[in-house]
Design a binder for this molecule. Structure first.
Ligand SMILES: Nc1ncnc2c1ncn2[C@@H]1O[C@H](COP(=O)(O)OP(=O)(O)OP(=O)(O)O)[C@@H](O)[C@H]1O
Ligand SMILES: CC(=O)N[C@H]1[C@@H]2OC[C@@H](O2)[C@@H](O)[C@@H]1O[C@H](C)C(=O)O
Length: 371
């Protein structure tokens, strides 16, 4: 491995902020040294939300959004650099995931698009950037996602204990770290995305703090049953999804046959949907001893309580208990993936994404030696 200090940058599907993490990486360890979450300006968030759900935009608008996001990622990195009194020469590279604005792995011409111009990031930081991690895997017939299972394997695999790692972000994804078996992983469906969208629509709040609004309602069993009937849930892995499929329009279509349902009951049902679809996948894969949870959904006590109740006998714990701060997990994974790329090592797991081969991932934007 090309060891040294790396920065990982992740702007996820929840659009709540840009996570930046500093880590020391070598063959044997990934040590988190600092992290920072840079706010996502409201107008950018709204624009991204709109295009993720299919709103058309001109090439000029797309180009401007690409530039603005690249600049935002640079501000986020430079804030961390200042706080930690770092020089560009202290950092080997930045691994930047970019902002997913479209993800269509099942189509005649499968595609996935992460934007935020990496040239902006190199120019403003003076540090080499590795980006565009997903499309090589897709070009090899894979889903291009999820990519974190390889990182989970490197850090959290145990020789004896059956572990699964669950990220509850906008979309939830599960990594199966089962002794003696190849690592597998896939998206389970909505994590916080629909919960966030529904409370935004009704109360103008970005998320349901501590699941309080959902708690004030009752799960509607018939609605839950109908939602669980979405054919995406029954697809076998490899599978991944995003806002193109699970969005407010999806919820509204589900509600057409349930007019008059109280909004808090819908919220309770959406929370239950996330818990049930995750738990079903854990059970379908013969369960685990420990379910290690990361991502913002881990801070929703209702969601966590429902998961624990649906998975009796499984210890449900935060990844923090295994030494990795859950909020940093994804940014850390992209710092590690940048290190893999610069070391000429593969970053994808074909057993996870369905790609026909392992591959070095991403594109390298070298730092400019002339300034
Ligand atoms: N106290 C809390 N109560 C309820 N929900 C919370 C709380 N704190 C965070 N969340 C949820 O976590 C979300 C942010 O999660 P996270 O940062 O993991 O998403 P992400 O990284 O954008 O997603 P993805 O993994 O899909 O890319 C918020 O939008 C919210 O739904
Ligand atoms: C296309 C895309 O951006 N997918 C994200 C999203 O957020 C969670 C889930 O859906 C996962 O598939 C993926 O992110 C993580 C970091 C991954 O690739 O493992």
């Amino acid at each position: 491995m090309k060891s040294g200090r790396y920065i990982g940058v992740m702007s996820g599907t929840s659009l709540d902020g840009v996570d930046v993490v500093l880590a020391a990486i070598d063959d044997n360890m990934v040590a988190q040294q600092a992290s920072y979450c840079h706010p996502m300006p409201g107008d950018l968030r709204q624009q991204i939300l709109a295009i993720c759900q299919g709103q058309t935009l001109t090439l000029s608008q797309l180009g401007q959004l690409d530039t603005r996001l690249g600049q935002l990622f640079a501000e986020a990195v430079n804030t961390l650099m200042r706080r930690e009194a770092l020089e560009p020469s202290d950092i080997v590279a930045i691994g930047c995931h970019g902002q997913t604005v479209w993800h269509e792995p099942q189509s005649d011409a499968p595609n996935t698009l992460q934007i935020g111009d990496n040239n902006q990031l190199v120019a403003a930081t003076g540090i080499t950037v590795v980006g565009d991690f997903r499309r090589r895997d897709m070009a090899l017939g894979g889903q291009g996602a999820p990519l974190v299972p390889a990182f989970h394997q490197a850090l959290l695999m145990d020789a004896v204990e059956r572990r699964m790692v669950l990220n509850i972000g906008g979309i939830a994804n599960l990594s199966l770290l089962l002794p003696g078996q190849p690592v597998r992983g896939f998206d389970t469906g909505p994590g916080n995305m629909l919960i966030d969208a529904w409370i935004w629509r009704h109360q103008g709040k970005p998320f349901d703090q501590d699941g309080a609004w959902a708690r004030s309602g009752k799960v509607a069993p018939a609605l839950l049953e109908q939602m669980l009937g979405d054919p995406w849930f029954a697809l076998p892995p490899p599978k991944s999804t995003g806002r193109e499929h699970f969005n407010l329009g999806w919820v509204e279509r589900q509600l057409q046959t349930f007019p008059g349902l109280a909004p808090q009951d819908v919220q309770a049902t959406l929370t239950e949907l996330s818990a049930v679809t995750i738990a079903q996948q854990v059970q379908l894969n013969d369960g685990c001893d420990r379910l290690l949870v990361c991502g913002g959904g881990g801070r929703n006590p209702l969601l966590m309580a429902r998961l624990a109740a649906l998975l009796p006998g499984t210890e449900v714990a935060a990844t923090d208990s295994a030494g990795i701060r859950g909020d940093d997990m994804e940014a850390l994974a992209f710092a590690w993936l940048a290190c893999r790329t610069l070391s000429g090592l593969p970053g994808n797991l074909p057993a996870v994404t369905g790609a026909r081969a392992k591959s070095v991932l991403g594109a390298i934007y070298p730092a400019n030696p002339f300034y």
